[in-house]
Design a binder for this molecule. Structure first.
Ligand code: 5RP
Length: 262
């Protein structure tokens, strides 16, 4: 692998091979998402525990201190909103030159397999990978499902992850699902898990994260289940223990309860 590419990936994926990225890109189609209305305030206590920040250039420039930022994964796709016609109708909205200017460690874009815009999103991914390879920038593909959350099963997500890897994504972000090892098995590049809408309990989050890690994920790109929680720092620390210290679900719950009291 090219030196620059390897260096950038190693800024994001830690020496144990695992990573915990904090996504705060939700506003690019959801607007001021609950508890992310002021992203700078939301992330300020969480930054010490994040291996990377998934963010758009606008929020980055307006809300993130360049002297205290974790490595960046720059969200470079968009063009739709939750009140628009179709969330799948995205294009690449931020240039690779901008990613270089912002010192991004990687860029990320969504693909919409099975949607009306499958072709467009995949061709866009191919073009983005082509351009990013010139500068040694890794691309993280996001296997987006739009509003159709029920699509999240091993067959569908396995298909999406494999296609993303075939197009040259260096990392794929997908959802956890039952039989997650089947998703990992067919994907030749590392997979990180998103959290999706906030779960009822923290134990539910620890359960799926632990299961996904045991079945081969390398880490997380998990947002709402951290920053929409009443105790986001405690969530971050407990999840870090699963990702980087091989903690069990019980250990994560204990750590969460201890941190909650602080
Ligand atoms: C939004 C994204 C998010 O980065 C991704 O969904 C992770 O966040 P969450 O854990 O809140 O689902 O790609 O488009």
């Amino acid at each position: 692998m090219d030196w620059g590419m390897e260096n950038r990936l190693s800024r994001l994926i830690q020496s144990d091979g695992h990573c915990f990225f904090l996504p705060i890109d939700h506003g690019y189609f959801q607007g001021p998402t609950r508890r992310l209305e002021k992203p700078g305030e939301t992330i300020q206590p969480l930054i010490p525990y994040a291996d990377g920040l998934f963010v758009t250039r606008g929020v980055l420039r307006a809300c993130v201190n360049p002297q205290k930022s974790p490595p960046l994964i720059l969200r470079v796709s968009g063009g739709t909103s939750i009140i628009g016609k179709d969330l799948a109708h995205e294009a690449v909205t931020t240039s690779v030159q901008e990613a270089v200017r912002l010192n991004a460690a990687a860029v990320g874009m969504s693909i919409f397999i099975g949607s009306e815009y499958e072709f467009d999103s995949l061709v866009n991914l191919g073009k983005l990978v082509d351009e990013c390879e010139i500068y040694g920038i890794p691309v993280m593909a996001v296997t987006a499902v739009g509003k159709e959350m029920e699509k999240r099963d091993a067959r569908y997500l396995g298909l999406c992850c494999r296609i993303a890897a075939e197009f040259g994504a260096k990392v794929v972000k997908t959802y956890w699902c039952e039989d997650f090892d089947q998703v990992v098995h067919g994907c030749p590049v590392p997979i990180v898990m998103a959290g999706g809408p906030k779960c009822e309990t923290e134990r539910e989050v620890f359960d799926f994260v632990h299961d996904g890690m045991q079945r081969g994920a390398i880490g997380l790109n998990l947002g709402r289940n951290v920053w929409q929680h009443d105790y986001p720092v405690a969530m971050m620390k407990a999840l870090r223990a699963i990702i980087h210290e091989n903690a069990s679900v019980e250990e994560a719950v204990d750590l969460f309860e201890d941190e909650k009291k602080k």
